[in-house]
Design a protein around this ligand. Structure first.
Ligand SMILES: Cc1ncc(COP(=O)(O)O)c(C=O)c1O
Length: 368
């Protein structure tokens, strides 16, 4: 890999590369943490977005209680780097994952997982007999996303009762992530629907408590909803992730309280005709699951579209001339950061237009 020297200017950096605007990212952290202090809510940021232990550490230093990860392999990377209070927010089932979970939990007594089935609970419990402590578990509740999670408070109670018979697992809380609401464009409606989802989540937590279970943690929320979640008494913790960098999908949904702190830098490698410039960034540099990336404000009159794995095309909206020459560099705003970050090995972290540091995306590709 070509490693640029620190202090290199943006214009001299290798492309395509992933650039973090450190000042903007720091402001995003400050905004989030400040708002959560005001709201009196604990923050456990989701680092499936940044996939970097270095940035996870920054979030802990800024006041986060711990971190969320989506996968065991992300937890392995974070634990290896010294982060210990980790919640894995996706269900873990079957071998070989349960053996890997045992190995992780052996090294970290604060590790927490979510469960939505008695089958997985029984299998995990059997393996955790080898642990010197009980593994902390949260019941995952479907609050409207219709992905994982038990369907109702009654189903949550059945699972809690089953868990109480499993001596190597300890029920500590409940998770209900309202992912379907994060980008709801109508803010008032997003808030109303979020309150509805939180009523279900907090109601289920209360129902479990009424039936004798100690529910310490009620965890939920993302960048689009964390404030509304926190307005609900009974929610103890929020899990936003995208706020760190933001993306076009969030911008399109009208989210304005965080800044765009991540871009892909790309070079014009060809300009066969005046109306078309070709970039060195295609689908392997900018994910397309949430649509195409766009140009940063400086070149807002141009549109970008991928033209294969390695190429992208810039055109002027009017069909007129693209005011760029071969060798020029442009900044692109990813449409979806999580899936774009996962395409790169490193962040080039910029301050005042110069390369300040290179941060490894250690959990890149960690999807197991
Ligand atoms: C369970 C869970 N919590 C929190 C988040 C964070 O959401 P966002 O990146 O929109 O802030 C996600 C993202 O997909 C998630 O799956």
């Amino acid at each position: 890999m070509h490693t640029p020297e620190l202090g290199t200017s943006l214009q001299e950096l290798e492309t395509p590369s992933l650039l973090v605007d450190l000042a903007a990212m720091e402001r995003n952290i400050k905004t989030l943490m400040g708002r959560c202090v005001q709201l009196g809510i604990t923050v456990r940021p989701h680092v499936k977005t940044c996939k970097s232990p270095a940035f996870a550490r920054l979030l802990i230093e800024a006041g986060a209680v711990g971190i969320c990860v989506a996968k065991l392999s992300e937890a392995e990377v974070m634990l290896e780097a010294g982060l210990d209070d980790i919640l894995i927010t996706t269900e873990i089932v079957a071998e070989p994952k349960i053996s890997r979970l045992l190995s992780l939990a052996t090294r970290n007594s604060k590790l927490k997982i979510v469960l939505d089935s008695q089958l997985a609970a029984a299998q995990i419990n059997e393996k955790m007999a080898q642990l010197p402590h009980r593994l902390q578990v949260l019941i995952d509740l479907n609050v409207g996303q219709n992905r994982c999670g038990v369907e109702s408070k009654e189903d949550a109670l059945s699972l809690a009762q089953a868990l109480s018979r499993l001596e190597h697992l300890q029920l500590v809380g409940i998770q209900g992530y309202e992912g379907h609401l994060q980008m709801h464009a109508d803010e008032a409606e997003r808030r109303r629907l979020c309150h509805e989802a939180m009523a279900k989540l907090v109601g289920a937590a209360d129902y479990l408590r009424q039936n004798g279970f100690e529910i310490q943690t009620v965890t939920t929320g993302g960048t689009g909803t964390f404030e509304y979640c926190a307005e609900n008494k009974g929610v103890t913790e929020v899990q936003p992730g995208s706020f760190l960098f933001m993306d076009l999908a969030y911008a399109r949904s009208g989210r304005k309280n965080f800044e765009q702190a991540l871009h892909v830098l790309s070079t014009v490698i060809s300009k066969p005709v005046a109306a078309r410039a070709v970039l060195d960034a295609g689908m392997k540099s900018l994910s397309t699951d949430s649509g195409n990336a766009c140009l940063s404000a400086e070149h807002a009159g141009l549109t970008y579209r991928p033209a294969g794995d390695e190429h992208g095309i810039l055109e002027a909206g009017s069909g007129g001339e693209v005011p760029l020459a071969i060798g020029d560099k442009v900044l692109l705003v990813p449409s979806h950061i999580d899936t774009t970050v996962n395409l790169f090995d490193n962040y080039f972290c910029m301050r005042d237009g110069k390369l300040d540091s290179i941060v490894r995306i250690s959990a890149r590709g960690k999807v197991q």
